[in-house]
Design a protein around this ligand. Structure first.
Ligand code: BGC
Length: 415
């Protein structure tokens, strides 16, 4: 099988008209978020302030609403992926559509996702399906939530429904997306629903997500022949800022807590590790890493480090599992850093591959612009720009850059 050249999307961020726990939270929080960012946005996003101040102060920015209407326009989006030459697309199934009520399965939702998978297959694009990308049916949150002991069983039931409906049509499955980062946002920092601040619940939810992954793994392995099942983790590269023992220990600690502990807990039920790489952390006990940061930054102010992808892949080789870079990208409305970032990062990926790291795919985040959670619509992550007035799509220059890279690299995967 060839290396998978892909892009990623998630349901809630693109489909539109979702009815899940995020939808409710957005409506409750929109005014507060707008007010908060009107006050703090100048500090947080000082380089971009003039361009985004109106969006930041607009409550409508924080409500996903029709999003990019991917639910109805998936054929157009898949055609765009095909034009770029993508051989794979990572997307998520929306649990709240498939099980709108406890114990109820929506045939309509399953039929919809069957159409999506058929469209991908017709264009010879390999689907990689994420089963949980941050959102939940409202009933699950109201009656249970991840801190409830029934949560892993309920998740496994949803996965069983999906596995029975799709079976061998889908080989690549990612059970959960960035579980540790989600637990931190939802239970510690209160930036994601259910904003249930409690360290005890955070730890319990984390444990239940591990169980949920393991159960989902068993369900998929039992029902899908040749299933390749894994999960995506928020995968920063952690290195000491200067090589002294304290910085080294700190970097190791963060690497474990933020990235590796969840994976370790899921083993051996992992056939493939999905890596969402955004940040190269240079860890320093004196916080000098925060001063005088000179690397180029994304519109969100995240420093861009292509070399960090190499560093990450080398660190992940220790897990002795095939790897997929399931997300990598940047908010860049002007598209004036993305072409460089994309090409440089893939050059580093090639280097890690040449040195024997079994990396079998790269998925750019994202195929199209989309709804960036609590930040709303203004950060532009797409290879393809979306005009939110008429929902038209327009590939950015970086889509052509990516197309050239794909056309030149016919790599074999090592499964
Ligand atoms: C998430 C995406 C998100 C992206 C950019 C990842 O943490 O999986 O949903 O849009 O980062 O922030």
């Amino acid at each position: 099988m060839s290396f998978l050249w892909g892009a990623s999307l998630s349901a809630h961020q693109t489909e539109g008209k979702c009815e899940n726990d995020w939808t409710r939270w957005e409506h409750e929080q929109a005014t507060t978020l707008a007010l908060k960012n009107r006050l703090l946005g100048r500090l947080k996003y000082r380089d971009r302030w003039n361009d985004i101040r109106d969006d930041l102060a607009d409550p409508g920015n924080y409500v996903s609403g029709r999003a990019t209407d991917h639910y109805n326009r998936f054929r157009e989006d898949i055609a765009l992926a095909d034009e770029i030459g993508l051989t794979a697309l990572r997307l998520s199934f929306e649990w709240s559509r498939i099980q709108p009520e406890e114990g109820v399965v929506s045939d309509e939702a399953l039929a919809h996702y069957q159409d999506v998978i058929a469209e991908l297959r017709a264009r010879d694009i390999t689907p990689v399906v994420t089963l949980w990308h941050f959102t939940h049916p409202q009933w699950f949150i109201d009656e249970y939530g991840w801190a409830h002991e029934e949560a892993p069983r309920l998740f496994a039931e949803y996965v069983r429904t999906v596995a029975d409906a799709f079976g061998d049509d889908i080989r690549f499955w990612l059970t959960v997306n960035e579980p540790s980062a989600w637990v931190r946002a939802a239970y510690v920092f209160d930036t994601f629903p259910p904003t249930d601040t409690s360290i005890l619940n955070a730890l319990t939810a984390w444990r239940h997500l591990v169980k949920a992954h393991r159960r989902a793994y068993e369900v998929l392995q039992a029902r899908v022949s040749e299933a390749t099942v894994g999960l995506s983790v928020a995968a920063g590269c952690f290195e000491p800022y200067t090589d002294n023992p304290v910085n080294r220990k700190l970097a190791n600690l963060l690497r474990t807590v933020e990235r590796d502990a969840f994976l370790d807990a899921c083993l051996p039920a992992v056939d493939v590790i999905g890596l969402n790489y955004y940040i190269h952390y240079k860890v320093d006990m004196l916080f000098r890493n925060l001063l005088g940061e000179s690397r180029p930054k994304s519109d969100l102010g995240w420093p861009l480090s292509p070399a960090g992808l190499y560093c990450l892949l080398m660190q992940m080789a220790q897990f002795d599992r095939p790897l997929l870079v399931t997300e990598h990208g940047l908010a860049d409305a002007a598209d004036d850093r993305r072409p460089w970032y994309l090409s440089e990062s893939i050059a580093y990926l090639a280097q890690a591959r040449d040195e024997g790291v079994p990396v079998n795919g790269y998925f750019h985040w994202a195929l199209t612009d989309n709804f960036e959670w609590e930040k709303g619509f203004w950060p532009r992550f797409g290879l393809v720009a979306v005009d939110y007035d008429d929902l038209s799509r327009e590939p950015r220059e970086s889509a052509a850059v990516y197309a050239d890279i794909i056309a030149q690299k016919d790599w074999e995967a090592r499964w």
